[in-house]
Design a protein around this ligand. Sequence first.
Ligand code: SAH
Ligand code: SF4
Ligand code: F3S
Length: 436
Amino acid sequence: MSAPRKLFVKTYGCQMNVYDSERMSEALGGQGYVTTDRAEDADMILLNTCHIREKAAEKVYSELGRLRPLKDANPDLKIGVTGCVAQAEGEEIMRRAPVVDLVVGPQSYHRLPAMEDAVRKGGRALDTDFPLDDKFDTLKSRPKARRAPSAFLTVQEGCDKFCAFCVVPYTRGAEVSRPADRVLREARELVEAGVAELTLLGQNVNAYHGHPGGLAGLIWELNEIEGLERIRFTTSHPNDMDDALIEAHGSCPKLMPYLHLPVQSGSDRILKAMNRKHTADGYIRLIERIRAARPDILLSGDFIVGFPGETEADFEATMNLIRTVEYGQAYSFKYSTRPGTPAAEKPQLPEDVMNDRLQRLQTLLTEQQQRLQAAMVGREVGVLFEKPGRIEGQMIGKSDHLHAVFAEAPASVRGQVRRVRIVEAGPNSLKGIVLN
Ligand code: SAH
Ligand code: SF4
Ligand code: F3S
């Protein structure tokens, strides 16, 4: 038998792309590929791309430029572009970048093996359909190989919300949920392979309807899987936080006290222009209900500054919302114009105004983040240990609240959840003592 071909995958964007990259690697495993982390050794390179902000697409074209010499050196090397830029600009990529052999959108990657055959025969292949056959059905079971303690599992894809700034509804298509029995089967396969923590993924994961009880119903079933220690989910939309899910945060033992719930802005005028379909006050009241169910929950959010028409007063309203909520984690972005979205038609704010607001916002968020992290000192939390620390004898893991924690512990704690007392807070991590 000939030596296996080597596959190099570079992943941009969100966790859904991380999950997709794994599944694409597995699909090409059936074509005789093994993965490599060196692009120079590869027979196939896939760039799994993100289209969310302007710079993201530009990065892809410059990366393709950097790959050209590899192709000159190895004429058998095949280069593919996958993910959201592939979906949005597939034909343009084919035109603009002759080094590209293959373009496949996020909904079609189960067709990769057939496309790989075609490009090996010397052709080029483009597939950016939203096919009716379910890619997850067509893909095989997850391989039995030993896995890291924490894994992603996509349960929902696509978005029907059409926020005025966002490309996701166009690149990922309409909301689709995977049936619960398939998700549960994959979850069991992952647990058998050593996974102790699952993060359920979806662009609007709490709009999941593959189970009669919605996302909460699915979480309660996952809670029954022996060997699975922790359940998380991301990203959720405020309008899809139903009572059952809020209640699960209070009572489901394996559901972790952490919630990423993006709000984008604290100004009702801007929220309306963004087509978010909720108010700042509605969001704050929702947070109050979630905290009533689970008082120690750590909240995370996404914010956009400089949306077209945002005044200083609108921006202050966002700052006030942040002061009211108090976030333990947050992601914030300058508004980026995305062609084809409704907001792209509106006049843009000057760059220096956006830079200034982003800086003020991030200063406030960092302050909160560090304060809440420091408040963990003295508390006892669960930590899932994942890997050795930098110092001999230390192990690193994630707390229930998703803080990075290091502690003196034997390597054998890897993959286990241990009780840990937090004794010190640094800027990016906590130090703890293992209690059991
Ligand atoms: N479905 C998720 C994730 C969407 S993308 C959600 O609704 O939260 C992740 C984040 O990127 C968004 O929450 C938003 O804050 C940011 N984002 C999306 N489009 C953007 C744009 N055009 N400019 C700047 N940030 C954007
Ligand atoms: Fe984009 Fe809004 Fe959908 Fe999130 S909810 S993916 S921000 S359109
Ligand atoms: Fe980017 Fe697509 Fe995810 S645009 S953020 S990779 S859904």
